[in-house]
Design a protein around this ligand. Structure first.
Ligand code: 2PG
Length: 205
């Protein structure tokens, strides 16, 4: 029984590089981002992983990352489900603003609260808790059944949508999850027990 779940944050995007709040804006990967996604695929290939299904968001930085990984493991045509539930946290009115400009305008502390508190949403956007309220039901209904059937599942998504999944998978508190930073293009390989709890976790950094 494989029961393997691989989570990967997309490679560096143009707006990661420019230090802009991104959220649901549909931006491209940088050259480095493409390279990170390909390297993630090579790491998964080296583990000998073969996927049964892949899931990604409706945003191209995650979709392209997903495709690079599937190409690297020799599964370019694998069934891939795209769903808005896996999108990045919606940054609302902050989307497109520079993070340093925002600190200058609203103060370091306020911007940190918007970025890394668990349940305080940025103006017009989602908190991490709000993001979890769409990610976790989607995981339970659409992804977890594949894993529990013994399949190997790839999820290429975003820093905060993956944080929301990790929090629930590992039973972390809101305080614990906001301290966890996910690097771009680094696969996290979970093996699950039959009762859906985590048996092991390996970060392929
Ligand atoms: O801008 C965003 O959408 C996210 C991820 O890049 O940023 P943050 O680090 O603030 O969660």
């Amino acid at each position: 029984m494989s029961r393997t779940l691989v989570l990967v944050r997309h490679g560096q995007s143009e707006w990661n590089l420019k230090n802009l709040f991104t959220g649901w804006r549909d931006v491209e990967l940088t050259e480095q981002g493409h390279a990170e996604a390909k390297a993630a695929g090579q790491k998964l290939k080296a583990l000998g992983l073969k996927f049964d299904i892949a899931f990604t968001s409706v945003l191209k930085r995650a979709q392209v990352t997903c495709q690079h990984i599937l190409d690297a493991v020799g599964q370019s045509d694998l069934e891939t489900i795209r769903n808005v539930a896996l999108n990045e946290r919606d940054y609302g009115d902050l989307s497109g603003l520079n993070k340093d400009d925002a600190r200058a305008k609203w103060g370091e502390e306020q911007v940190h609260i918007w970025r890394r508190s668990y349940d305080v949403p940025p103006p017009g956007g989602e908190s991490l808790k709000d993001t979890g309220a769409r990610v976790w039901p989607y995981y339970l209904h659409d992804m977890q059944p594949h894993v529990l059937r013994g399949e190997t599942v790839l999820v290429a998504a975003h820093g905060n949508s993956l944080r929301a999944m990790i929090m629930a998978l590992e039973g972390m508190t809101g305080e614990e999850i906001v301290k966890l930073e996910l690097n771009t293009g680094i696969p996290i390989v979970y093996r699950l027990n039959a009762d859906s709890t985590v048996a092991s976790k390996e970060v392929l950094s």
